[in-house]
Design a protein around this ligand. Structure first.
Ligand SMILES: Cc1cc2nc3c(=O)[nH]c(=O)nc-3n(C[C@H](O)[C@H](O)[C@H](O)COP(=O)(O)OP(=O)(O)OC[C@H]3O[C@@H](n4cnc5c(N)ncnc54)[C@H](O)[C@@H]3O)c2cc1C
Length: 393
């Protein structure tokens, strides 16, 4: 996006991409339909960025969800709003978007150099770039936009190796940590073997005053899925602070304890425990398995106690899943290190965009929105820088 803005303004642009082809993470995001942004009111959307809200707000206001959708339509892909307010390209695929985008960049004269890795700076401040043959050369540029991503799904390209040269330049980097990630829960072998891969459907997860509704998937290692990702920030912060990261799971969010208890007390004498739970509370085998798991297979007898448990099963993750498996990355270049145009204060003329910066947001289109908006802002900053220094491009 930064290349598009700069080339559109007549600047000669070269993109160095370490992978053999660009946009691999974007293509992967397309498997989930490519949730580009969210349709909620802008102030609600901005709130999703937590402590980074105020720093990201000007960029997102300048290139907001409406502008993002118009840009997408300009590439020939109209967008639609899904039932949850999330915005997707019609067709729910990233490949046509990426193809059209690369065609546009080519038409604008952007030179793409795949297989080229940025390694840092020479002592004179030129870029160190290693080509596919392994030769490292110094590259001069009037302005640079770094958009090297976070450190999740490294096989798609963003491996976080940039932290080393950036930190060596004295630029503060908050440790890269998993965001929108799964968690490790030490399940018993019985529960794990029987239920790994099975979703807990439409549950409410809560921790320390925050809650999220959706699906959570039991995995061999623990829990993942949309509702878990939504809780990942408070859970990760609890683990980081050494506090118990206990997650309360409400298996029946639309029923009260009293309603559930009343239904459960109508158990027919010949019904087994599992049948009574299935009939009385519409629980699935995985739900019943979880109740047994957390009680050491000693389910309470009193319907009121069972109902209470169904509404608040306590599960305590012991760790986040590894960063490489997370949807996105928390941490990155400290926002104090960049000015309002995302220019590195310690490297004038070098701008930063996307997940490299220290912000995080839930899933819902907020990641691509902030990435793309920050790239537009960084490119506009680079443009002013080039004009201000009288450089040619
Ligand atoms: C499975 C999955 C699904 C997702 N789905 C969504 C979604 O639906 N909606 C949403 O908003 N977000 C989604 N995301 C997150 C979103 O894809 C990222 O937030 C976004 O791609 C970040 O953009 P970026 O440009 O900062 O980094 P990236 O997209 O990671 O791009 C960084 C690029 O820099 C290259 N690079 C890295 N280091 C170097 C180097 N040293 N030299 C040269 N090149 C280098 C990489 O190869 C890569 O191409 C998803 C992520 C994953 C993993």
């Amino acid at each position: 996006m930064a290349a598009e803005v700069l080339a559109g303004a007549g600047v000669a642009v070269v993109v160095f991409e370490r992978m053999p082809s660009p946009g691999r993470k974007l293509l992967r995001a397309g498997r989930g339909g490519l949730n580009l942004t969210h349709s909620e009111p802008l102030t609600d959307l901005l709130d999703r960025y937590g402590p980074a809200r105020d720093r990201l707000a000007p960029a997102i206001e300048a290139f907001d969800p409406t502008a993002l959708r118009a840009w997408c339509a300009g590439l020939g892909l109209d967008t639609m709003v899904g039932s949850s307010g999330r915005v997707f390209p019609i067709g729910l695929r990233a490949a046509p978007l990426l193809r059209a985008w690369l065609r546009r960049l080519e038409a604008l004269g952007v030179e793409l150099r795949p297989g080229h890795r940025w390694e840092g700076w020479t002592s004179q401040g030129a870029l160190l770039v290693t080509d596919p043959a392994g030769t490292t050369s110094a590259v001069e540029a009037d302005a640079v936009v770094l958009a090297l991503g976070g450190a999740s799904w490294s096989r798609l390209g963003s491996d976080g190796a940039w932290v080393e040269p950036i930190a060596a330049a004295g630029i503060a980097v908050a440790p890269l940590r998993p965001a929108n990630c799964g968690f490790v829960v030490p399940w018993s072998a019985t529960f794990r073997d029987r239920f790994a891969g099975v979703p807990l459907k439409d549950v409410v997860l809560s921790h320390a005053g925050t809650s999220a509704r959706g699906d959570a998937v039991v995995t061999a290692e623990g829990l993942e899925g949309g509702a878990v990702y939504a809780m990942s920030r408070p859970l990760r912060e609890a683990l980081e602070a050494g506090r118990p990261a206990t997650l309360q799971i409400d298996l029946r969010p639309d029923q009260t304890i009293a309603e559930l208890a009343a239904r459960l007390s109508r158990r027919r004498p010949k019904d087994s425990r599992a049948t009574a739970l299935r009939r009385g509370a519409h629980l699935h085998p995985v739900d019943i398995g979880l109740l047994r798991e957390v009680t050491g297979n000693r389910l309470p007898e009193d319907p009121q106690d069972v109902a209470r448990l169904i509404k608040a099963i306590g599960v305590t993750p012991t760790a986040t899943q590894p960063l490489d498996r997370a949807i996105s990355t928390a941490g990155g270049i400290a926002l104090d290190e960049v000015d309002d145009a995302f220019m590195l204060r310690r490297r004038p003329g070098t701008f930063v965009a996307g997940e490299m910066l220290d912000w995080e947001a839930p899933t819902g289109g907020y990641l691509l929105q902030a990435t793309i908006s920050s790239a537009v802002a960084a490119a506009n900053g680079a443009l002013s820088w080039i004009k201000g220094t009288g450089a040619g491009g």
